[in-house]
Design a protein around this ligand. Sequence first.
Ligand code: DQA
Length: 144
Amino acid sequence: MKILVLNGPNLNMLGIREPDIYGTSTYKDLVALIEKHCAEKGIEVNCLQSNHEGDLVDYIQQAYFDKVDGIVINPGAYTHTSVAILDALKAVSIPTVEVHISHVDERESFRQLSYVSYYATRTIIGEGFDGYLKAIDFLADGVN
Ligand code: DQA
């Protein structure tokens, strides 16, 4: 099984950005956690991050040609603005779980709309880094 984990803008700043909201662990820590979890489960994983909307669209399209089985995506702020990312997910039709580290549902009103949610099978919010592992387990096993 092949999984793509995609992180959007400012998630490379984990550990530095708003630690009261996103915690003190870094993006590097997140990737290490995901890679360890996937190695234990025999899952092939590719973790990518970009601050650019078009890059995220390109990575999603590439996942189709790479025969990726599942996508875990935290689109960052593009969650709330990007029809292009939604359309890319619909185009490739790969099972997708949306993850947010913070409790977006308890934050500002502009964070209450998620375009990606129109496609994602499941959305995991407010579970910190564990949310990514739960998303991977859901894609791999259909449960968690
Ligand atoms: C986020 C929530 C978004 O609203 C925000 O723009 C982010 C991170 C989260 O993981 O909680 O960059 O997706």
